[in-house]
Ligand binder design. Structure first.
Ligand code: NAD
Length: 379
């Protein structure tokens, strides 16, 4: 196949879809790779490194789109101009915000494209090496703690000094999936006292194995979907959870929130009133900001202060670690590419192909996304 890589144009986006070390393997497998000049600049992979890996570097996005049969991207097409570059009938793999960016998906269907979404890689063992959401959540969980550590006016670890003993910072992590577990591990490495909560019972042991305390509360019964994601909780449970969180808030310096229900708005775990309960100088980093936020006061891509508490609506943290985030993403997307294109045609009976394919032959192929498109009306 002829594979194209574009320079990402979304604001703040520093990742690139393929890195030279991964391109090498694709070229060995007899694929041709075309990259737009400067595509790797913000992740420190220059044109020369791409050339040495066997890539042909082309001067413009238009030249890449013209030559490529399949485009590998990080961000969805962001502007009408970027969308207009895509070839009718062409193939595309990347993040596509399938539940929110419905107009782009409809436009790609009208262009008769074949489109695969990185968000829809199923959480099954066979697809782990393609699971970019998990890879990026790992980056985000790590970076969230560093942002918080930078923002609080305190040390993170216990320090015993001649000037007295400094007690460790208290960190509360809400939601202990991929991002949450990485946040716990990172905060522990920095020496903080960490506690965490997640309604899925299996998580307790994982939290404790990282040396954090699991916040106890009555657990709901039916918590996990077959796809490995959390189920939506009742309003009664959320109220009960807010009460338990409210008891913790006066004691914590940092809250990292990562609670999500896949494809749904984020549950509100910290109301505006609850922020008042926190210590002056405390910090909330809300990773669920793109789904509306776990804190009522979170604003997407903004840092706001309320009642002396800093609330960071951290939208694209992987982009702040562009070298390793690109490396991990490139591995994920090349594994999905190889899986999809290993035989002559697509096998829509295969769970990975079926789940990731959003559009083929002008049709919306994914039932969940089709439902979301219908809910948002027919444009
Ligand atoms: P995940 O599905 O692995 O984890 C989410 C966790 O939230 C699950 O363990 C789930 O049980 C838990 N949860 C659900 N309802 C809850 C509740 N009421 N209280 C506490 N926990 C609850 O997801 P993930 O991959 O770890 O991603 C977590 C969040 O981080 C998502 O919102 C995702 O979009 C976001 N994220 C943000 C960035 C960024 O840069 N801002 C990057 C990657 C991921």
């Amino acid at each position: 196949m002829k594979i194209g890589i574009l320079k990402e144009i979304a604001p703040y986006e520093k990742r690139v879809a393929l890195v030279p070390s991964i391109v090498k393997h694709l070229v060995q497998d007899n694929h041709a790779v075309y990259v737009q000049s400067g595509a790797g600049q913000t992740s420190f992979a220059d044109d020369e490194a791409f050339r040495q890996s066997g890539t042909e570097v082309l001067p413009s996005a238009a030249a890449v789109c013209d030559r490529a049969e399949v485009l590998l991207k990080v961000q969805p097409p962001r502007t009408p101009d970027e969308l207009a570059l895509l070839k009718a009938g062409g193939h595309y793999i990347g993040f596509l915000s399938p539940f929110t960016d419905v107009d782009t998906i409809r436009a790609m269907a009208r262009m008769n494209m074949t489109v695969f979404s990185m968000e829809m890689v199923p959480r099954i063992t066979r697809a782990q090496s393609m699971d970019a959401l998990s890879a990026m959540a790992t980056v985000a969980g790590y970076k969230a703690v560093l942002l918080a550590a930078d923002q609080i006016a305190k040390f993170m670890p216990l320090l015993m000094t001649a000037a007295g003993t400094i007690t460790p910072a208290n960190v509360l992590v809400l939601g202990a999936g991929v991002a949450g577990l990485q946040a716990i591990a990172t905060a522990k490495r920095l020496g903080a006292a960490v506690e965490a909560f997640d309604p899925r019972p299996v998580v307790k042991e994982q939290v404790e194995s990282l040396g954090a305390r699991f916040v106890e509360m009555p657990m709901p019964e039916d918590t996990e979907t077959e796809g490995g994601y959390a189920k939506q909780q009742s309003d009664a449970f959320l109220k009960q959870e807010q009460d338990v969180i409210a008891q913790r808030l006066p004691k914590v310096d940092i809250v990292i929130t990562t609670a999500q229900i896949f494809g749904k708005p984020a549950p509100e775990l910290i109301t505006a009133e609850m922020v008042r309960l926190m210590r002056a100088g405390a910090v909330i980093v809300d990773l669920a900001t793109e789904q509306g936020g776990n804190c009522a006061l979170t604003e997407l891509n903004r840092t706001v202060t309320a009642h002396d508490v800093t609330i960071i609506g951290a939208g694209n943290l992987p982009s702040l670690v562009p070298v390793h985030a690109s490396q991990m993403y490139a591995k994920n997307i090349s594994n999905l590419f190889t899986h999809l294109y290993q035989t002559g045609g697509f096998d829509f009976k295969d769970e990975i192909t079926q789940s990731t394919c959003l559009v083929h032959d002008g049709q919306i192929k994914n039932a969940l996304v089709d439902e979301a498109l219908k809910t948002k009306g027919n444009a």
